[in-house]
Design a protein around this ligand. Structure first.
Ligand SMILES: Cc1cc2nc3c(=O)[nH]c(=O)nc-3n(C[C@H](O)[C@H](O)[C@H](O)COP(=O)(O)O)c2cc1C
Length: 157
């Protein structure tokens, strides 16, 4: 069966953060499983990037609810495509958490999470870079806290 893909970007409202996210994910995953939807969600400094894949009617039905959800605002569809092969065929809703405490504790991103980000980026590098670049910049900062990247000299000889 041919699948539909949609990616939107939005800004989380105050009540949507690392603490309230598990409840949202729990409910969303259950609902997505019932509709044969899969996808991934990145929350970073209040910015959400969410990919949904599955039957077009289901994606559109859920998207309508998501758009009207008061937990976030400025919902903007950044990519939609028909007849796709899913890039996230297994997860009802993979979650990429980039909370600084979490990253410090883990010493960076777990491999599976890093893979999710790379997959998202690969979908439309130009468009996705706009949304995911701040994420990657912060990851570099966490990975190399002692290095001041702004002061790198270029050797010319
Ligand atoms: C950022 C964000 C992402 C969401 N993702 C999903 C999702 O993938 N699937 C889903 O069913 N609901 C998702 N929701 C929740 C829906 O907006 C809505 O609350 C949910 O579908 C329950 O609606 P209902 O009680 O009318 O069935 C999301 C909400 C937000 C704020």
């Amino acid at each position: 069966m041919s699948d539909f893909r949609l990616i939107y970007h939005s800004k989380a409202n105050a009540e949507l953060d690392e603490t309230s996210m598990p409840a949202l994910l729990h409910q969303a995953r259950r609902s997505n499983r019932g509709r044969l939807l899969t996808g991934a969600l990145v929350l970073h400094k209040g910015a959400i990037t969410h990919l949904l894949e599955g039957p077009q009617v289901s994606v559109m039905a859920v998207m309508k609810k998501i758009k009207a959800d008061p937990r976030h605002r400025e919902v903007e569809v950044v990519l939609s495509a028909n007849h796709v092969e899913r890039v996230f065929p297994e997860d009802a809703l993979d979650y990429v958490s980039l909370h600084p405490d979490y990253l410090k504790e883990k010493g960076g991103l777990p491999p599976r999470t890093a893979m999710s980000l790379e997959k998202l980026l690969a979908l439309h590098p130009q468009k996705m870079l706009t949304y995911l670049m701040p994420v990657f910049k912060d990851l570099v900062r966490v990975a190399r806290p002692d290095q001041d990247l702004s002061d790198r000299k270029v050797r010319t000889g």
